[in-house]
Design a protein around this ligand. Structure first.
Ligand code: SF4
Ligand code: SF4
Length: 356
């Protein structure tokens, strides 16, 4: 990745070659939130304490602009941690002032719900253990994962998963995305100690999978277990999935952190195609897939924009062609649901298709 000075210099003098890709600037139709303008503003903020910080928060971290950039600049990977500069200057976004407390409460509530629902499968030491997302319904999600992997384990015993016994069920994305980097590092250190006896840590949250692979080591906190997204863990068992009740038709939405950031385009499709008779593609898919507006804490800092971004994504799809949308990210699931889609997570579809 380019260093922040080189990246902001390149953007500052760029004729906005990636503006057409940015879901936030398209939804708000404002020049001040194009990737070029936001990166120029980050450069200004790093040089002058009195530069405005607000544009830094108009980014979901989706990475769509990078796909269009001939220099390979990654605005999303600079703007979100760049919010640390705004925090340093006491100019952080007012909607995020209590994000640390909210994150703590949500992560602990997720842990507690999963603990109650899966008490007999909790462990701090196992070949492979699962960490549910802190969004949505973590207990339902964890139970669905156990049902699917237990069915698989009857044929392939190595598919059996336990549930990671952690105090706080989140990798810390809200802290990182808010620019609370010292808090993120401390959180990562505590989390790393809790999972050090696991062989593989399997996550459903693409953002936290990305963080644990890239940002934990970048902040001096390498994790001992191998970190895999659930779709990576399940892929070798795709052919063994005991499908009994396939779903007729569904469209697949590529989550930005799973696709552009982790390059996991094929594993979710391979799994989905086992459980769905006809997988429909969005017109914009894989590297070109549009964001649903859930990243970068946009639903907190600009809820109307986040909703408009999700509606824009859904409008690409003809509902008659695919009444059901499937994704592999709790945040995307939430955003598409708020926009009016009938939406399920991939694990819910695998659970339905292999039940009975
Ligand atoms: S990301 Fe690339 S294309 Fe977009 S403004 Fe920066 S330099 Fe230009
Ligand atoms: S990462 Fe996404 S939201 Fe952020 S500037 Fe680039 S295109 Fe816009």
């Amino acid at each position: 990745m380019l260093d922040v000075k080189t990246a902001t210099d390149l953007c500052t003098f760029c004729p906005r070659l990636c503006s057409h890709t940015c879901p936030v600037s398209l939804a708000e139709a404002r020049e001040t939130v194009t990737p070029q303008a936001k990166m120029a503003q980050l450069g200004a903020l790093l040089r002058h304490a009195d530069a405005a910080a607000a544009p830094l928060y108009a980014c979901t971290g989706c990475g769509a602009c990078t796909e269009a950039c001939v220099h390979g600049v990654e605005p999303g990977r600079h703007l979100l941690p760049g919010r640390a500069r705004a925090e340093e200057l006491s100019a952080g976004h007012p909607a995020l002032h209590e994000v640390k407390q909210h994150h703590t409460q949500r992560a602990r509530a997720a842990t507690e719900a999963v603990r109650v629902a899966c008490a007999d499968r909790l462990t701090a030491a196992a070949p492979a253990a699962y960490l549910a997302s802190c969004l949505g319904s973590p207990a339902d999600e964890a139970r669905a994962v156990l049902r699917v992997t237990d069915r698989l384990a009857e044929i392939r015993p190595e598919a059996r998963l336990q549930i990671a016994a952690v105090e706080s069920g989140c990798g810390g994305y809200p802290l990182w995305a808010a620019g609370l980097l010292p808090e993120f590092r401390l959180y990562a250190e505590v989390f790393a100690r809790q999972v050090q006896e696991l062989g593989t840590l399997v996550l459903s949250c693409p953002s936290c999978t990305y963080l644990m692979r890239t940002q934990y080591p970048a902040h001096g906190v390498p994790l001992r277990p191998r970190v895999e997204h659930l779709t990576e863990f399940l892929l070798p068992f795709a052919e063994a999935l005991p499908v009994r009740r396939p779903v007729e038709r569904a469209a697949y939405h590529d989550p930005c952190y799973l696709g552009r950031h982790l390059q996991l385009y094929d594993p979710p499709r391979a799994l989905l195609s086992r459980a769905v008779e006809q997988v429909v593609e969005f017109p914009r898919r894989r590297e070109e897939a549009a964001c649903t507006g859930g990243g970068g804490l946009l639903p907190l800092t600009a809820p109307d924009t986040a909703r408009a971004v999700a509606k824009g994504r859904l409008a690409e799809l003809d509902p008659a062609a695919a009444p059901l949308v499937v994704t592999a990210c709790a945040s995307c699931r939430q955003q598409l649901g708020r926009a009016g889609a009938q939406v399920l997570d991939l694990i819910e579809v695998l659970d339905q298709a292999t039940s009975g």
